[in-house]
Design a protein around this ligand. Structure first.
Ligand code: ZN
Length: 343
């Protein structure tokens, strides 16, 4: 007999904390804000998996559901990992313990909980959450989401499904090259990314880009600026958003360059996918609504001229940044549970 679906959980595993979300079959979320438990990822997989289970029991209690009501779990973690949730054999910054190398975290969690578990990397989970807020869990629409943080993450939802790719690197939008030389006002800038590329989206549009490329380019032209006097690029980079929001011309110029870079990138996506929506999220846009509006307008200014049919493509700022990963992971599990396709 078919099992009646009660509740699906989203588990967002970061380096230091696990964040939980619970959603029912009516696509209603049962926990409002952050619901966190320490990840203890540094102590290796066995300790961390125990933490995930303990935290999930606490989350269920908080949402007033029985642990046994949870019928499926959606897991997301930082990459690199395969499409099915095997962490990279080379390890990663978030999973440094030797036993994490090549660890199949999806399979191991499924075994421990005795439940089907779906897997997404954190960028794709965030993108699915952004998509869900516009189109719901059973959509057939296509959207492109960028999440601007320390780096640039995001994902592609094609006809309602997350593009994971052959090796799990689908939607690595930060490392797509863009024709940055056409952006006004940055002649002579060489935006280099940690991945080895010059001029990809992350090298122009991320907190790292502000610290490594944009501040070193702009501050020498404005030696009297308060951030130039600070003499610490890492600290200065973190202040650019707030200053731009308050109207500082140099910091606003840095965000104008980032917006125009996004405009060039979105133009590539429009011509590749003809998507239903473009979504921008992440810490960079934790600003006033007026600044968000200005930034979105600047993205459009930075785009080459569009075909008449595509010129009105909607652009949105993604809500609920903190819980995006857990909620997106939950939606992935909910979709698969509804299809009866959970492994
Ligand atoms: Zn890169």
């Amino acid at each position: 007999m078919e099992k009646i679906m009660e509740v699906v959980a989203g588990v967002d595993l970061g380096g230091t904390a696990v964040n939980y979300s619970l959603v029912n079959a009516k696509e209603q979320f049962l926990i409002d804000g952050l619901c966190e438990h320490p990840a203890l990822a540094k102590q290796g997989p066995q300790v961390c998996l125990q933490q995930i289970e303990d935290g999930l029991r606490i989350a269920a209690e908080k949402a007033d559901v029985l642990f046994s009501d949870i019928v499926a779990v959606g897991l997301d973690t930082p990459g690199p990992a395969s499409a099915s949730g095997q962490l990279s054999a080379k390890g990663s910054t978030n999973f440094v313990h030797a036993h994490w190398a090549g660890f199949d975290i999806r399979e191991s969690l499924a075994h421990r909980l005795g439940l089907p578990v779906s897997y997404l990397n954190d960028g794709n989970a965030g993108a699915l959450w952004g998509h869900f807020t516009l189109f719901g869990a059973t959509s057939k629409e296509t959207s492109i989401t960028v999440v601007i943080g320390t780096g640039l993450g995001g994902g592609i939802i094609l006809d309602g499904n997350v593009v994971k790719g052959r090796k799990g690197f689908g939607g690595e939008l930060g490392h797509v090259l863009i024709p940055y030389q056409s952006i006004a006002g940055i002649t002579g800038l060489r935006p280099e990314c940690n991945c080895g590329r010059t001029g990809d989206l992350e090298a122009l549009c991320s907190l790292t880009a502000i610290e490594k490329s944009l501040l070193p380019f702009f501050l020498p032209k404005h030696p009297g600026h308060e951030l130039a006097k600070l003499g610490d690029l890492s600290r200065a980079a973190k202040q650019v958003r707030g200053l731009a929001d308050r109207g500082d011309p140099v910091c606003k110029e840095i965000f104008r360059v980032q917006a125009h870079a996004l405009g060039l990138f979105f133009d590539e996506m429009i011509n590749t996918f003809d998507p239903d929506a473009l979504i921008v999220g992440g810490g960079a846009l934790e600003t006033s609504p007026e600044f968000q509006q200005w930034f979105i307008e600047q993205i459009r200014v930075g785009m080459p001229g569009q075909r008449e049919e595509q010129a009105d493509i909607p652009m949105y700022v993604m809500p609920n940044g903190d819980t995006a990963g857990a909620r997106g992971a939950a939606i992935e599990a909910l979709k698969l549970a509804k299809l009866g396709g959970l492994a």
